[in-house]
Design a protein. Structure first.
Length: 210
């Protein structure tokens, strides 16, 4: 899988170990929760790899399957410190800053199964127009993406109500990009993603459970 465009962005994607992911989801009969978490993450990462070069994708995870597949694509792998999402994101920011000091960087959630390369590219283009940006989730309270022209100045404040916290130091971008803004962490958001159209791995897994 090769990048479709040349991008200045370094994109940091934290991915929880699939064994611990999506605990709030009630998966269809015959579908294991960890398999669904893995499929969602891989579909998200697959979209990113079509927008930025693999060496500018930094994946923060302890999941062995994610690490194996992303290593094959040439992505940068960062060990998850295991102290929660913000700690994982910080590890990615530090690694990106070491690799490319003062370069543009974005943090993207790893649970966006409906994400397409086109919507991610549009989202990053919107982010490029401001120094620091936050893209809220479809409800407007959570966060799916943060960015800064100088990645070392990114400060992750993920968690419940994170959009308002990120907005203290960033421009809120209320973008009409539903595929980018639909993160999946419960049954309702999974239904929304499926209605939009999910990636190949997620679709195949859900179809097998029907």
């Amino acid at each position: 899988m090769e990048s479709a465009v040349t991008s200045t962005w370094h994109v940091i994607v934290p991915v929880k170990h699939s064994a611990n992911g999506k605990s709030r989801l009630r998966t269809p009969t015959g579908v294991r929760r960890e398999d669904l978490a893995l499929a969602i993450a891989l579909d998200t990462l697959g979209a990113v790899l079509q927008v930025v070069p693999a060496h500018q994708l930094l994946v923060v995870t302890s999941d062995p399957e994610i690490r194996s597949q992303m290593r094959d694509f040439g992505a940068v792998l960062i060990a998850d410190p295991g102290r929660g999402l913000n700690s994982a994101v910080t590890a990615g920011i530090d690694a990106a800053s070491e690799r490319a000091p003062h370069s543009p960087a974005a943090v993207l959630l790893g649970d966006l199964p409906a994400l397409t390369p086109a919507e991610l590219a549009d989202g990053l283009a919107a982010c490029a127009a401001v120094e620091a940006a936050v893209v809220p989730d479809h409800e407007g309270t959570g966060t799916v993406l943060i960015s800064h022209h100088d990645g070392s100045r990114l400060t992750p404040r993920f968690g419940t109500g994170s959009a308002a916290r990120h907005a203290r130091t960033a421009t809120v971008l209320d973008l009409d990009l539903p595929r980018l803004r639909t993160d999946v962490d419960n049954d309702e958001s999974l239904r929304r993603a499926v209605e939009l159209g999910v990636g190949r791995r997620t679709e195949q897994l859900l179809a097998a459970g029907r």
